[in-house]
Design a protein around this ligand. Structure first.
Ligand code: ADP
Length: 450
């Protein structure tokens, strides 16, 4: 630190000097640019220390300096050199709060003397304290006549009142703030309560919905299981008597039996035809019930598509012998082998070919096989009546037949069964069709098998 000549020096010997030291301290603080609050703080600390020193050692010499702090900032420093040595060379302000009014306060030795030293930093925004300015200040402070103790008391009173006012207004502000805070808190609490109530309500709703959903799906499962069981049981029970009826009909029309009148044989023929329809319905129902209950397990093996196609070509050709429909079964491209279940796959393709022939009056029914990297596409296309787009999904429902289609016979169970089987084989059954032009049903299977 560097300190030139003091800005001001004065001595403290009698009670009245305390007021003077205080008053001049404030003047110096103001002159070097301390803010108003800091002026009061420094003056108060100074008068407290002055009072202590007067009592303990009978007074002191007071010197005001402007110095450079270690951070490069200026500070106002006050040195109080005691009139006689401090007991034990130590000093503690009587009021503990004094040290908080300034930046530093302590006992230090300067030029052989023990001095009580305090300092307060000058704000950076203050007017620059050049040597010229300091000289000016020295001159000004030297000239200005100190006021009386009474003046200082009056000033001190004013300051006290101002400080009190400030405290009061701060307290009022605080009270307002507190009230606002309380209000906000209440609002937040209310909102929070409302939100958590709403959340709880929503949660209850969701839980109830889930419970209902579980219950419904359990019911659905049970219903579907009982439907399959019912179908399987009834079909099974029906099969024996229906087969018996067919057998009896055959017996009645047998050449070995008594001859029937033409009318009787016509009626017996009707009974036989109806029984045969009934039997195919019962068989279809049994198949479907079996597939739905998961009792059909594909037997995976390498299936030679050429063999499958050849067999279907052979068995179905008979159906087209006397019709205006040509059946074309193309040769699948080699290597025509895939992993699947030959029986189930043949069943599906036969079903599709049967339908195609059934719903086509003229033109052709064509079966093809194509393969790309991942899939086999086995298509059965016809030039028949076609299916309206809005029915493309419905025809896969059990018992659904396009209105008018039942004329050509059938149960409405073939396609749902075929789709089930294709799903079991790991594939899909797709349809494209245009009414009046024909339909194409395509079995799409993974080339690597399921
Ligand atoms: P079914 O053939 O025993 O009536 P399906 O389930 O096999 O039962 O077929 C359902 C319905 O879909 C048929 O009744 C028919 O209306 C329609 N359908 C199926 N295949 C074809 C086709 N190739 N061309 C036109 N309509 C078809």
């Amino acid at each position: 630190m560097s300190a030139g000549d003091p800005l001001l020096q004065m001595s403290l010997r009698v009670e009245q000097d305390i007021f003077l030291v205080r008053q001049r301290g404030r003047e110096v603080a103001a002159a070097v640019g301390l803010e108003h609050q800091d002026q009061v703080r420094l003056a108060t600390a100074l008068s407290e220390v002055a009072r202590d020193l007067l009592r303990i050692v009978g007074g002191a010499d007071v010197a005001f300096h402007v110095v450079h702090g270690p951070d490069g900032r200026r500070a106002l420093r006050v040195d109080l050199t005691p009139a006689s040595p401090l007991p034990g060379g130590r000093y503690e302000p009587q009021s503990g709060a004094v040290a908080r009014l300034v930046d530093t306060l302590g006992v230090t030795s300067a030029e052989g003397d023990t001095v009580v030293r305090m300092s307060r930093r000058v704000p950076a925004a203050a007017q620059a304290l050049t040597e010229v300015r300091l000289a000016e200040l020295r001159a000004e402070l030297g000239h200005s006549a100190p006021g009386s103790a009474l003046d200082e008391l009056a000033t001190q009173n004013e300051q006290l009142i101002a400080a009190l006012d400030e405290v009061r207004s701060q307290r009022d502000e605080l009270a307002v703030l507190n009230a606002e805070l309380e209000e906000t808190n209440r609002g937040v609490m209310a909102l929070y309560t409302q939100l958590s109530e709403e959340l709880e309500e929503t949660n209850r709703g969701v839980v109830a919905l889930y419970a209902e959903l579980d219950e419904k799906s359990a019911q659905l499962r049970t219903a579907s299981e009982s439907k399959s069981r019912f179908l399987a049981n009834v079909s099974h029970e029906l099969r024996a008597p229906v087969t018996a009826i067919i057998g009896l009909g055959r017996l009645l029309t047998d050449s070995a039996s008594d001859p029937l009148t033409p009318e009787q044989s016509e009626q017996v023929e009707l009974i036989r035809a109806s029984a045969a329809d009934l039997l195919s319905l019962v068989n279809a129902l049994l198949d479907l019930a079996k597939a739905e209950s998961g009792r059909i397990e594909p037997e995976w093996a390498d299936v030679d598509l050429r063999a499958v196609f050849g067999q279907l070509r052979g068995t179905l050709r008979a159906l087209t012998n006397r019709s205006a429909v040509e059946l074309v079964v193309e040769e699948p491209p080699a290597p025509a082998v895939l992993r699947s279940d030959e029986v189930l796959l043949s069943q599906v393709l036969r079903n599709l070919l049967h339908n195609a022939l059934k719903f086509t009056e003229r033109g052709e029914v064509r079966m093809t096989a194509q393969r790309d990297d991942e899939r086999w596409r086995l298509s059965v296309s016809d030039t028949g009546v076609g299916i309206r787009p809005e029915l493309h999904e419905r025809i896969f429902e059990e018992f659904y037949q396009v209105p008018g289609a039942s004329r050509v016979g059938g149960t409405g169970l073939g396609l749902p069964y075929a789709r089930r089987l294709v799903t079991l084989l790991g594939g899909t059954l797709e349809l494209t069709s245009e009414p009046g032009r024909g339909s194409t049903f395509t079995v799409v299977l993974p080339a690597s098998g399921a």
